[in-house]
Design a binder for this molecule. Structure first.
Ligand code: ZN
Length: 41
């Protein structure tokens, strides 16, 4: 709904498939706590 072009900032958790939050240079899953570096290809 009403979200502009932010698809590039959408990361899905490899573990549970939840949408992950990008915080500074880390991507954190709010559901299972899985974290990832945003520079990960
Ligand atoms: Zn997760």
């Amino acid at each position: 709904m009403g979200e502009p072009r932010t698809r590039e900032h959408t990361h899905l958790c490899d573990r549970c498939g939840e949408r992950m939050e990008e915080i500074q240079c880390k991507i954190v899953c709010p559901r299972c706590g899985y974290t990832r570096d945003c520079s990960d290809p």
